[in-house]
Design a protein around this ligand. Structure first.
Ligand SMILES: CC(C)(COP(=O)(O)OP(=O)(O)OC[C@H]1O[C@@H](n2cnc3c(N)ncnc32)[C@H](O)[C@@H]1OP(=O)(O)O)[C@@H](O)C(=O)NCCC(=O)NCCSC(=O)/C=C/CCCCCCCCCCCCC(=O)O
Length: 716
């Protein structure tokens, strides 16, 4: 709702009440409509201030309402009515003015904000555009170029930047509501025409068409296949070229298409998934709201390879002091040179001051004795990690949390060699660790709620999306990746080329197909894991069935030929020398594949884009169902957040489990059955998938409840 009060003198104060962010629900909109009417009718009122309760102006339209029928007064006419008021109206912005919240403020004649406020039009991130006049008013206020940036990226800006851009009239370090009240009193009676943004022309650069074309191709490239950024540019083209009323008509038309699109549903699901994973729970009953996190101020990172360096920077950016340990002198010297530069660059990118002197480098493991938490990031080798954990357990003071950045090794085995297994968890970062948002927090059967809570809390401080997952080979992300990669290799055996597979996946929306990704991360990573698993290496027979299952030795043979990807200048593609970035098809690979097929009596067939997507994605999704069934992930949102934030799954497709729901569980089951083969167990439909289909394919939001019920009745 919204409350109306008349302040001493002649100012009406309208306060939005809808915790926690004063979203514009039907009740709030009704409250605003009523309060504005009251202010208009009251002859003693000469000016109006709109603010939000509890130091938050407004977080925008109520996203939860988008899923149902729209009730209450519509937003657009409400906002128009505010602009038309003939008494000065000011928005007093504290906390946030986002989306519809900022659009409400843009309808006001003046905008005054607290210096800590954050503003933005993030609708594009929800698959929408600023459809309450924002796409037409903002460019008229700050010019087309700046509006294009804010609206197509959805980025939040500080009050200082908003003031500079001209979004705000004043910024204060003290009470924004008091200042706004004082201000509107001072301007009461003054003409308002020039303050109504809908009446203003849109300031445009001379080469407006070329600017719009440039931005259009940029957004198409950046968010492949996403509808909303394209619609945002179209709405802004209308603002630049049409009178306001026609621009609004275009905005409405574009919004109607977006609003009902699957992409908007997917992006809104992704928004809520990100919040659901923060409310973690473990099978033991420990949860985010009944477990206490320790506040870490001193940490250590062991191993300063690529991952370790990124983790040091991520910790240092939060102000935590870090002891960075590397026992190899050469690596230590290089890290001591490179890490401070990385820190400075990343702080600059985030517009933060570089935290001074928070990192100390050492070659001595003994130097971690005083820290509260250690993150081990040494080479992915179990015996080495076991040695490090044993050593840490004796060096660190009792109670120190010991975390491993392993990407899939057994956390429980590491915990077992320490004196306090309860204090061991996995903190699986993704490269580059100071940039990538995902953090898998891996709990073993003995990890204490406090250890999980602390790792999750630390992740949050580092700006990560932390997802608590159970302990199994590969955890969630890499476990699901395995069948995906496996199918991609099988497709090569059967006649596809790396480019064909990659193009299908990139067309789907991945920033990079599986083979380009493999070239980037290095083919030797998987090679080493397969060697450890006894799947390849000296003494292993070169057959296409290993350990009782279909196996493709293609990636091993690539490694044996020295083709490790970008770092060697050759992998599934060829590059302009080692470290090259531009992937070109390589005739060598085609001959290699032809020779391989001939050797194994395989006849290449033509493979459709549809088959590539089904084989790769449905195999991955099927493993997702197995993971839910095994309770390694608490719900589909956990899996989806992992894939969106860590594996390049296109956000506008919600995540693999959301995608399965959209495609239809019945169809996924039918296609898996079709592609299934006794020696490819990853394609055997999971029991959970079968049971969901048998239960009438409930929507993804109901799966958690379904799984819990099935578990109680021992059906899973
Ligand atoms: C920065 C935040 C605001 C706060 O962050 P933080 O403090 O970290 O807290 P969170 O954990 O994120 O959030 C706390 C809880 O609040 C919930 N929340 C947050 N924002 C909203 C919201 N806007 N609506 C609902 N709920 C919200 C959040 O989920 C948490 O609750 P829980 O833990 O999950 O229970 C941060 O939250 C944030 O960034 N929020 C989102 C801000 C945002 O994106 N705002 C834009 C929203 S979209 C919008 O405003 C659109 C405006 C134009 C709409 C025009 C409407 C016209 C419709 C017409 C359609 C016509 C077509 C029909 C045609 C036809 O069918 O015929």
């Amino acid at each position: 709702m919204a409350t109306y009060s008349r302040l001493p003198g002649s100012v009406a104060l309208i306060t939005l009440h809808n915790p926690p962010v004063n979203a514009l629900s039907a009740a709030v909109r009704q409250g605003i409509v009523d309060a504005v009417q009251r202010a208009l009718k009251d002859p003693k009122v000469t000016s109006v201030v709109i603010c939000g309760q509890n130091g938050k102006f407004c977080g925008g339209a109520d996203i939860r309402e988008f899923a149902g029928p729209m009730l209450g007064p519509p937003l657009v006419p409400m906002i128009h009515a505010i602009e038309a008021v003939d008494k000065p109206v000011a928005a007093a912005i504290e906390g946030v003015a986002l989306g519809g919240g900022l659009e409400l403020a843009l309808a006001c004649h003046y905008r005054i904000a607290h210096s800590k406020a954050v503003l933005g039009l993030p609708e594009v991130t929800l698959g929408l555009l600023p459809g309450a006049g924002g796409s037409q008013r903002l460019p008229r206020l700050i010019g087309l170029t700046a509006a294009l940036d804010l609206i197509t990226t959805g980025r939040h800006v500080s009050a200082a930047e908003a003031l500079k851009l001209g979004v705000l009239d004043q910024v204060t370090d003290s009470n924004a509501v008091d200042l706004a009240v004082e201000f509107v009193r001072s301007v009461a009676g003054q003409p308002l025409d020039s303050r109504r943004l809908s009446t203003l022309p849109c300031p445009c650069p001379p080469d407006v068409d070329s600017l719009l074309d440039k931005v259009m191709s940029k957004v198409r490239q950046r968010s492949r296949g996403a509808l909303a950024p394209v619609a945002c540019v179209r709405a802004l083209r209308a603002a630049a070229s049409l009178p306001y009323a026609q621009g609004m008509e275009k905005e409405r038309e574009l919004m109607a298409t977006l609003f009902n699109s699957g992409q908007a549903r997917a992006l809104q699901y992704a928004f809520f998934s990100q919040r659901v994973v923060g409310k973690w729970s473990l099978p033991s009953g420990a949860r985010w709201d009944n477990s206490t996190a320790r506040i870490i101020s001193k940490a250590a990172v062991i191993g300063l390879g690529t991952m370790g360096r990124g983790i040091v920077v991520a910790l240092a950016l939060t102000g935590i002091s870090v002891v960075a340990v590397e026992t190899q002198e050469k690596q230590l010297a290089e890290a001591s040179r490179v890490v401070p530069a990385m820190l400075q660059r990343e702080a600059g990118r985030r517009r933060l001051a570089t935290p001074p002197g928070v990192i100390s480098f050492s070659s001595n493991l003994q130097d971690v004795s005083e820290v509260e938490l250690v993150i081990e990031a040494v080479f992915e080798d179990m015996s080495l990690k076991l040695q490090v954990f044993k050593h840490l357990s004796s060096v660190c003071r009792p109670g120190t949390l010991l975390c491993s950045n392993t990407s899939g090794l057994d956390i429980d085995q590491l915990a077992a060699v320490t004196q306090s297994p309860g204090l061991v968890v996995g903190m699986h970062f993704f490269a580059p660790a100071h940039v990538m948002k995902l953090l898998e927090v891996v709990y073993g059967p003995r990890s204490s709620p406090e250890a999980v809570a602390t790792a999750m809390q630390l992740g949050k401080r580092m700006g990560k999306v932390g997802v608590a997952v159970g302990n199994c080979p590969g955890f969630v992300g890499n476990r699901m990746l395995k069948p995906y990669l496996e199918q991609a290799n099988f497709l090569l055996e059967e006649g596809a080329t790396p480019r064909q597979v990659d193009e299908a996946l990139e067309e789907f929306g991945f920033p990079m197909g599986v083979f380009r990704m493999s070239d980037l991360s290095g083919l030797d990573v998987g090679w080493r894991i397969r060697k450890e698993a006894g799947l390849t290496g000296p003494g292993v027979e070169s057959t296409r069935t290993r350990q009782g299952r279909r196996y493709s030795p293609l990636p091993d043979q690539m490694c044996e030929a020295g083709r490790l990807g970008q770092k060697t200048g050759k992998g599934w593609y060829q590059y302009d020398g080692p470290g090259g970035r531009v992937a070109r098809s390589d005739p060598w690979v085609h001959i290699f594949l032809e020779t391989y097929r001939a050797e194994h009596g395989l006849v290449a067939r033509s493979i459709t884009l549809e088959e590539i997507l089904e084989r790769c994605l449905y195999a991955l999704i099927n493993e997702g169902f197995n993971i839910l069934q095994d309770a390694v992930a608490a719900g589909p949102e956990d899996i989806d957040a992992i894939y969106v934030f860590g594996y390049g799954w296109p956000r506008h497709r919600g995540g693999p489990m959301f995608h399965a729901d959209q495609v239809g569980l019945g169809r996924i089951l039918q296609r898996l059955n079709q592609h299934s083969h006794p020696d490819v167990p990853h394609l055997k439909p999971s029991t959970l998938l079968r049971r969901l289909v048998a239960a009438g394919s409930p929507p993804v939001q109901k799966w958690r409840e379904f799984i819990n019920k099935e578990r109680v009745h021992s059906q899973l």
